[in-house]
Ligand binder design. Structure first.
Ligand code: MRU
Length: 356
């Protein structure tokens, strides 16, 4: 099956019976697929980083809910709903920071409620809803790509962090979608990509996507980023987000906060690109965002080989929170917000809801 999105990379594919996931742990050396046939298998794939990136996690969870209803829905809903809800809780607990996961599952629950009231087939209703979440994400990314590219102010070099491309989303990408759209418009001189320790999403995934697209990319060690910005020549740092609190604080891959500080110090623009599904009005500010900490072993070894002496411990938070006042521009599919704050985000959400 050809990618539906136009780009050469895709992370998820619904077969009608199962969710096929490109195994992102093995990229770029091997292209292998994992097939998830149950909600529990989807949850394990999210937890183990087979699929990663906030929007992609949300889409995978939606298909997981579709698989769960298929497994349980027989007879009166009161009999099977508790088992279905238990599957959703497992999906929801797979990773804590990306709010897209809870957002997608809440939407699937609402669709199930409506289907039951209307006497529709729950399995068909949830499959259609998961496909809609997937398709809407791609459309949102295309829109953000156009809006973000228009905001660059001309041809320039950019720096990005982690992987926010087709692999992290339903297709095209958020921050990397802006870069893709800008490249298509002749606006990208070069992309600098942080390698993004410890999972190396920048080296393994972003560089891989960009090479496949013929977009010039230079990889740098995370610790080199501030020094790069000090040289001049990079006009924008462009990143994605896993959760944006009501006041505009942004949770994203560990290292993003350091980039925002360095960008402000050196007069470089800091652009966050995220769909409305990443906005979390129920979380008042960054202090209330749950930040995932992963196993020490992810830092103490690289590619299976130890990089530290036996006996060393490690602190491995995999996200950080950038205060809203370091963000110059937030790009969403519902519009661009300059200097996001609580009032501007509330207005954006109202506009997004009115436009639905
Ligand atoms: O741990 P990961 O790889 O899931 O982290 C991904 C990120 O931090 C991305 O920047 C974020 O999800 C935005 S993806 C469009």
């Amino acid at each position: 099956m050809e990618p539906r999105t136009g780009e050469r990379v895709r992370a998820l594919e619904w077969t009608g019976e199962a969710l096929r996931l490109l195994d992102q742990r093995r990229l770029p050396h091997e292209t292998g697929w994992v097939e998830a046939r149950s909600a529990a298998e989807v949850a394990a794939a999210i937890r183990d980083m087979v699929v990663r990136g906030a929007p992609a996690i949300g889409i995978a969870a939606a298909y997981g809910a579709a698989l769960a209803v298929r497994a349980h829905a027989a007879g009166p809903a009161a009999d099977w709903r508790p088992a279905f809800e238990a599957e959703l809780r497992t999906l929801e607990a797979a990773r804590p920071t990306a709010v897209n996961l809870a957002w997608a599952l809440a939407r699937m629950r609402r669709r199930l409620d409506a289907a039951l009231v209307a006497g529709e087939d729950p399995a068909a209703a949830l499959e259609t809803e998961a496909r809609a979440i997937h398709d809407e994400d791609v459309a949102a990314n295309r829109r953000m790509g156009a809006l973000g590219a228009a905001r660059l102010g001309g041809r320039c070099a950019v720096l990005t962090h982690c992987n926010t491309g087709a692999l992290a989303t339903g297709g095209w990408g958020t921050a990397l979608g802006v870069i893709r759209s800008a490249h298509a418009a002749g606006l990208i001189e070069r992309v600098y990509a942080d390698e993004t320790r410890p999972w190396l999403q920048g080296a393994r995934l972003t560089a891989w996507e960009l090479v496949q697209e013929g977009i010039p990319v230079s990889l740098l060690a995370d610790g080199a980023a501030a020094w790069l910005l000090r040289q001049g020549g990079v006009r924008w740092v462009i990143v994605g987000a896993d959760r944006i609190a009501a006041n505009g604080d942004v949770a994203n891959k560990i290292g993003t906060y350091a980039l925002a500080l360095a960008a402000r110090r050196h007069g470089v623009g800091f652009m966050v690109v995220a769909p409305v599904s990443t906005l979390d009005p129920a979380t008042p500010d960054g202090a209330a965002i749950p930040v995932e900490t992963r196993a020490a072993g992810e830092l103490l070894a690289c590619g299976g080989s130890p990089v530290a002496p036996a006996g060393a411990g490690a602190w491995n938070p995999v996200f950080d929170v950038t205060p809203a006042d370091l963000v110059d521009v937030l790009v969403t599919e519902a519009g661009v917000v300059e200097r996001p704050d609580r009032a501007r985000l509330a207005a954006l959400l109202r506009a997004a809801q009115a436009g639905e």
